[in-house]
Design a protein around this ligand. Structure first.
Ligand SMILES: CC(C)(COP(=O)(O)OP(=O)(O)OC[C@H]1O[C@@H](n2cnc3c(N)ncnc32)[C@H](O)[C@@H]1OP(=O)(O)O)[C@@H](O)C(=O)NCCC(=O)NCCS
Length: 165
């Protein structure tokens, strides 16, 4: 069942709720592809609430709500980097990620980006592949004592102007 989502810019007051959503999303949705220690290292990125709130504010962060509940959020870094995309486990596979990613692609287009790039976790690979993002390279991310693999994936935006020969 598709959810009826509404999108809005994130507010500074959303930071604690988004940190909790980030942790829940990683803890539940990443456990099939990453070890317990890797999941904990990743989830811990939201533990420093001030740093997390600053990251949300420094980027163009949007929130998806279902009724009065926050179901997910996404952030655009600069014009062409989709930095964060997290859906609460209670709302997955109902189009929330799609709504957020559609909005990120539109915002990137509005910033005149020719393409949108994300460093995609293994648990999100199928989602981005279904949206026609293409794998560019494998990366290793060092978080404390843990090393997590992800894949840089890029999609050319439909709004991108054709290259002039
Ligand atoms: C990846 C994520 C954002 C997807 O959010 P979502 O709201 O469940 O996505 P949608 O419901 O819009 O899915 C759209 C399509 O993507 C594909 N898809 C999404 N999740 C998938 C999965 N786990 N396995 C296979 N395909 C998947 C399907 O084709 C799906 O369409 P369908 O449900 O009709 O089959 C969500 O799973 C998540 O937050 N994951 C954990 C955090 C994470 O890894 N974020 C990305 C960091 S780069």
């Amino acid at each position: 069942m598709r959810e009826n989502i509404a999108l809005r810019p994130a507010l500074p007051a959303d930071a604690p709720a988004l940190a909790a959503l980030f942790r829940a999303s990683v803890e539940v949705l990443a456990q099939e592809d990453y070890s317990e220690a890797q999941v904990e290292a990743w989830a811990a990125l939201a533990d420093d609430e001030a740093a997390f709130a600053k990251k949300l504010a420094d980027e163009l962060t949007i929130v998806a709500t279902v009724g009065s509940e926050i179901a997910g959020f996404a952030s655009l870094k600069g014009a062409d980097h989709l930095d964060m995309l997290y859906v609460h486990p209670a709302h997955i596979r109902r189009g929330v990620g799609t709504g957020l990613c559609d909005a990120m692609e539109k915002l990137a287009g509005a910033r005149r980006a020719a393409s949108l790039t994300a460093d995609v976790s293994d648990c999100a690979h199928a989602f981005f592949a279904a949206r026609k993002y293409e794998a560019q390279k494998r990366n290793m991310v060092f978080l404390g004592d843990e090393v997590l693999g992800n894949t840089t994936m890029t999609k050319k935006l439909a709004s991108a102007p054709e290259k002039i020969q």
